[in-house]
Design a protein around this ligand. Sequence first.
Ligand SMILES: [Zn+2]
Length: 550
Amino acid sequence: MIMGIRARVLARCAFLAVVCVVRRGEAQQIRPYRPAFDVSNYDISIDIPDTGKVIRASVTIDVARTAKADSLVLDLLDLRVNRVAVDGRAVKFNQAPATVAIPLPARGNSFSVTVDYGGPVSDGLIARVDSAGRWTYFGDNWPNRARHWIPSIDHPSDKATVTWRVRAPSSKTVVANGKLVSTKPVRDASGQDRTETVWRESRRIPVYLMVIAAAPLERYDLGDTACGLADGQRCVPQYVYTAPEQRGMLPGPFARAGEIVRLFAGLVGPFPYEKLAHLQSSTRFGGMENASEIFYADGAFRRRTMNDGLIAHETAHQWFGDAVTERDWPHVWLSEGFATYFAALWTRAARGDSAFRAQMANIRRTVLADSNAVTRRPVIDTIETNLLSLLNRNSYEKGGFVLHMLKAQVGERAFFDALRAYYAKHKNATAVTDDLRAEMERESGQQLGWFFDQWLKRPGYPEVMAEWSYDSTAHEVVITAQQGSRFGAYQFPLTVAAVDSSGSQHRSTIMMTADGATPRPARIPLASPPAAVVLDPDVELLATLTTGKP
Ligand SMILES: [Zn+2]
């Protein structure tokens, strides 16, 4: 029985503490990352200077040993470790260029490991002067750049809670993950007045989303939003933090931030975090979905190009990517494809069906125009080792369009029921694509292995060529269709429409099959020859579409 095999394989995976992908009853392993350890909490204490790049910091890590191992290996680049203690006792550690190895006692399986370290940061925490000459500090960790400033198990499979204690010049505003716990005046070693700000994220998040901002930011209060749709509290307080000179643009597109959270919470489940802040930052990306604090590129504020589509994309990540995190990088479409599609669902809610269809058509054009990842690699790409290269048309646009087709395949109701179940089951944890498939199959009652395989595990897309003629004896439009062979044959329903002289559509469906056989033509009754024949009128198929008369 499939369920039994699946359950047995999963049990073995859990026992060995490795990450497994189960496909058609056989185990296909993703190479585990630090398989013997699970971090549950990071307590990070950091001193931000007045100017320059030198930080001093200390992190205390609560870690469980889940398999035999005599030392804990943490990722750390660039910075120098001064001291390590395990359960309060100093230990001899071994710092290599990219790691710190810390010996653990033979007994016991949970440890509190403290690492004191510091030095000039070169990445991860971006220390730089802004356009007005002020020093700013913004974390920017994706995909594995946290290791430039946080000794950590720097991989999305290991999620943890985090407390930030940031001592910074009092002229800077400090924002971090989760809830603001306290701010208090402190004095540093040289007698300078500073402020210590403590933030606490009580939900497990991946290290790539653990960031702080320490910069001359002003806060704009968007108020309590999405009341009744927050997890563990009533409302979602939202804020925008900008440089003082950008304050005049607010709220601008952020006026709709509350509606966006309300829409997604209604579709998927309560908003997962304690607050949602939107920050003008120095991220290298257009926007970065750090848990409960989205960092946007500085330029979008200065050039006034910030828009609700970008806000919707990054906000959708709070559920997909942040709360439910891809367990390994080949499944990054579970983050980016979802954010892409949910931004389109925001368009549908905000601007209506035709704007939504136009956006899906645009996404499809982008996929079909791509001659790199899309034509060469599957969406679930287990070969690519350059993680930044995974930020491609497969992960975003093709992944987003696949969700759109999945919704058409199982129906809108089963689709969202399955998404809610998938979210509830994996929130504050991790998932792989098969976890999504399992929920879609359960809610729809359909076997969907063929769907996930053809759209996510093969490069390319179908190429549809259709021809039509008018049978003036039977008064029917006859439409035939076939597939090209460039990427092999796919299975899908092809909706075809004959448009009459008044502009009305008369529809039928041609069932295309994965064996590439020529399917039965569609015959659409029509009193006179059609004004036009349209393939896929609702923009629900990722394919090239050409029509002609024979
Ligand atoms: Zn994204």
